[in-house]
Design a protein around this ligand. Structure first.
Ligand code: AMP
Length: 421
């Protein structure tokens, strides 16, 4: 017996239909929004991630040397790979580029419920659109995906990191330290840093600001707290709210929250996080915002915005809300009775499958009653019993597994008999 590595999961036949369902809802919606799929490597040169997030990121990665001595890392997210791909090969494509990816990502984290070392993300990016309509489009896709999955409890928190950056009269590195302490709600660290930077007076307004959350009116309150800040950031969020309404996003699906900072330094404007309130500690199902990464990777300045939703957590949320319908059951389990019926039974099985039905057959050589037990255990809707007598008459016995009712059906009508809903 071998254990799987810590923080990884095996997903069984009960799990996979739910995971595929959630993924397919995202893919359908993204395609309908005009996003197109790209696929990038599961591992990248380590440098890609250190260029993006600094050397400190290495302890959060699965980083390793390959046999040629190259420093590599399993991807911890998609954005860096997609932007690398864009800068190296997609730059001359018509803008905006709207790209999505799905797959596994890897982070060296302390595992707990909903927090794994290998997990799955649904990722979308818009490169080269104007900021406001692109931000609205990615938010509409992120929130719309949750609705398409059938989730009722959706709470997006939308902020604007540009407002905070504009308010902090410090060099970018010092700004980052302050933003980091705000992200972690570490007010001791915040105060200590503000003292170091000679502006302890900023502690009170910053504390007040990150506590503000609500509808559009919160933007007025926040503007009053940050008297020194330029007003454009607030105006931007007001316009964003207008566009979200036009997209059909309900005001109850989101709140403006000046405390959304996101952990990463490369965000520049609108930032958001989405929670599924019933998930407990790991309730954050997604996050994103406007960023500038192409520049870091050697590309020219271009507007970029996007998000990642955590597939594993979306499935947990959908489960908790009972949002996912049971997958389609096997339509027919074919039971040949006697050696002479075997080949004909396979022919009938094949016609059922060709008609687009889910059909399976005895592969063990069990007797009819054991076979019915098995059909029951795998959840088949009908058992199709084929004895030599029935076959001679070009008929089959069809048993409704739920009621136990049996009837004879002409082989020509079999697909209709077991395929009906
Ligand atoms: P992030 O890139 O950190 O904003 O992550 C985006 C989303 O991925 C989060 O909102 C989570 O839903 C999901 N996620 C992040 N880390 C983990 C993890 N360790 N295990 C499972 N899901 C995660």
């Amino acid at each position: 017996m071998f254990d799987r590595p810590r923080g990884t999961n095996d997903w069984g036949p009960q799990d996979m239909p739910k995971r595929r369902f959630v993924e397919s809802r995202f893919v359908q919606l993204a395609e309908s929004f005009g996003f197109r799929e790209v696929s990038t490597p599961t591992f990248e040169n380590l440098e890609l991630f250190t260029a993006k997030s600094g050397p400190g990121i290495v302890r959060e990665l699965y980083a390793f040397k390959d046999q040629g001595g190259r420093d590599l890392a399993l991807r911890p997210e998609f954005t860096a790979s997609v932007l690398r791909f864009y800068v190296s090969e997609l730059r001359s494509r018509p803008k905006p580029l709207k790209l999505y990816s799905t797959g596994n990502v890897f982070r060296y984290e302390e595992p707990q419920k909903g927090r794994y070392r290998e997990f799955f993300q649904l990722n979308a990016e818009i490169i080269g659109g104007a900021a406001l309509p692109s931000d609205a489009e990615v938010l509409a896709l992120a929130i719309g995906t949750m609705r398409a999955i059938g989730l009722k409890q959706v709470k997006a928190r939308i902020g604007n990191i540009g407002i905070l950056r504009g308010f902090l009269p410090f060099e970018p590195d010092d700004q980052s330290v302050i933003l980091h302490s705000l992200d972690k709600r570490n007010f001791e660290m915040l105060d200590a840093e503000l003292v170091r930077l000679g502006r302890p007076d900023l502690g009170a307004p910053l504390r007040k600001l990150v506590g503000l959350s609500g509808g559009v009116s919160v933007l007025d309150e926040a503007a009053k707290v940050l008297t020194g800040a330029k007003n454009e950031g607030f105006e931007y969020l007001r316009k964003l709210a207008g566009l979200l309404t036009a997209y059909g996003v309900a005001p109850s699906d989101y709140a403006f929250d000046m405390g959304v900072v996101r952990g990463l330094d490369y965000y520049t404007g609108m930032v958001f996080e989405i929670d599924s309130p019933n998930l407990g500690a790991e309730k954050q199902v997604g996050g994103g915002g406007a960023y500038s990464l192409a520049e870091v990777f050697g590309g020219e300045r271009v507007s970029q915005t996007g998000f990642a939703l955590g597939l594993d957590r979306l499935v947990m949320a959908a489960d908790a809300e009972g949002a996912i319908e049971a997958p389609r059951a096997l339509d027919a389990y074919v039971i040949p009775i006697g050696e002479g019926a075997q080949a004909k039974a396979v022919e009938i099985l094949t016609t059922l499958r060709a008609a687009g039905l889910g059909a399976d057959i005895d592969l063990v050589g069990r007797g009819p009653s054991k076979n019915l037990d098995y059909a029951n255990a795998v959840g088949a809707r009908y058992a199709v019993l084929l004895g030599e007598r029935e076959l001679k008459a070009k008929r089959a016995t069809v048993r409704d597994m739920a009621s136990g009712a049996q009837r004879e059906v002409a082989l020509a009508d079999l697909a209709d008999a077991v395929g009906g809903r």
